[in-house]
Design a protein around this ligand. Structure first.
Ligand code: FPP
Length: 234
C-alpha cells in the first residue's frame, strides 16, 4: 500500500447532512467536527505525514452571521480542547489563511496552538481557515515584493516559503459532498494531486470511506508528466 505523504480534504456536506435529518446546519458542523477528530487520528496512524483541512473559506463569510459565529465559536472550543490530543501524538498544528477579519479570540488560540506544537515532528495538521488559494498566492507575491526578492532568486522552493505554510505538494485531494470542483483550495499545491470526489456527506465519511479513497489512490498511475515504461501499454 502506497500511502500519500500529503492529503487535503474539502470537508463539504455538513449542512446538507443536518438538513436531511431535520437538524440545524450547526448540528451538521458539530457532527463534521467530531468526524474530523476520529478521521485525522486514523489518517496519521496510516502513516500520512501532512493533512490539510478546508474548514472555512474566505467566501464562507457570505453565510449568515448565525452560522459564521457558530463556526468561529466551534473552532475556538475545539482548538482549545482537542489540539492537546494531537500534540501528545507529536502532531504539529498549523493554520493557513488570512488573519483579517478574524476576531482576536480566534487569532489568540491560533497563535497559541501554533506556538505550543511548533517543535512536534510526527506529522502536520494544517487547518485552512479563512483560506483562499488566490489570496494565498497574492499574499505571497506581495511579501516577496516587500522583501525585495531578486528576480533571479525566484524559484519553486523560494515561492513555497512565501505561502502561508511551506508544505509538500498535495498527493491526494478528497472532496466529500458531491460537488466536482476545487473551490479555491490549495490550487498551487494541487498541481499533481490525485483527485477523489465522493457523494458521501462529510459527517458520514468514515474510516471505510477513507480506505476506499486510499484504494483508488493506489490504483492511479502517477506519471507527473512522464511515462511509466514498466506499464505494458506504453
Ligand atoms: C462546507 O460547507 C463546510 C464548512 C463551511 C465548515 C466545515 C467545518 C467543520 C466540519 C467543522 C470543523 C471543526 C474544526 C474544529 C476544525 P457545508 O458543509 O456547510 O456544506 P453544505 O451546506 O453544502 O452541506
Amino acid at each position: 500500500m502506497n500511502v500519500p505523504n500529503h492529503i487535503g480534504i474539502i470537508v463539504d456536506g455538513n449542512g446538507r447532512w443536518a438538513v436531511k435529518r431535520g437538524k440545524s446546519r450547526s448540528e451538521g458542523h458539530l457532527a463534521g467536527s467530531k468526524n474530523l477528530d476520529t478521521l485525522c487520528q486514523y489518517i496519521f496512524d496510516k502513516g500520512v505525514k501532512v493533512v490539510s483541512l478546508y474548514v472555512f473559506s474566505t467566501e464562507n463569510f457570505k453565510r449568515s452571521d448565525e452560522e459564521v459565529n457558530y463556526l468561529m465559536d466551534l473552532f475556538v472550543k475545539k482548538f482549545k480542547e482537542d489540539f492537546k490530543k494531537f500534540s501528545k501524538k507529536g502532531i504539529k498544528i498549523v493554520f493557513s489563511g488570512r488573519r483579517q477579519p478574524l476576531k482576536k479570540e480566534i487569532l489568540d488560540i491560533i497563535d497559541d496552538v501554533t506556538l505550543q506544537t511548533k517543535d512536534n515532528k510526527n506529522g502536520i495538521l494544517n487547518f485552512c481557515l479563512n483560506y483562499g488559494s488566490h489570496a494565498e498566492i497574492i499574499d505571497a507575491c506581495k511579501k516577496m515584493i516587500e522583501d525585495k526578492v531578486a528576480i533571479d532568486d525566484v524559484n519553486e522552493a523560494l515561492f513555497n516559503k512565501y505561502l502561508y505554510n511551506d508544505l509538500p505538494n498535495l498527493d491526494l485531494l478528497i472532496r466529500t459532498g458531491g460537488e466536482l470542483r476545487l473551490s479555491n483550495f490549495m490550487l498551487y499545491q494541487a498541481a499533481y494531486a490525485e483527485l477523489y470526489f465522493t457523494n458521501t456527506l462529510f459527517p458520514d465519511f468514515n474510516k471505510d470511506e477513507f480506505d476506499q479513497a486510499l484504494d483508488s489512490y493506489n490504483n492511479r498511475d502517477r506519471r507527473f508528466g512522464g511515462i511509466n515504461y514498466e506499464k505494458k501499454n506504453c
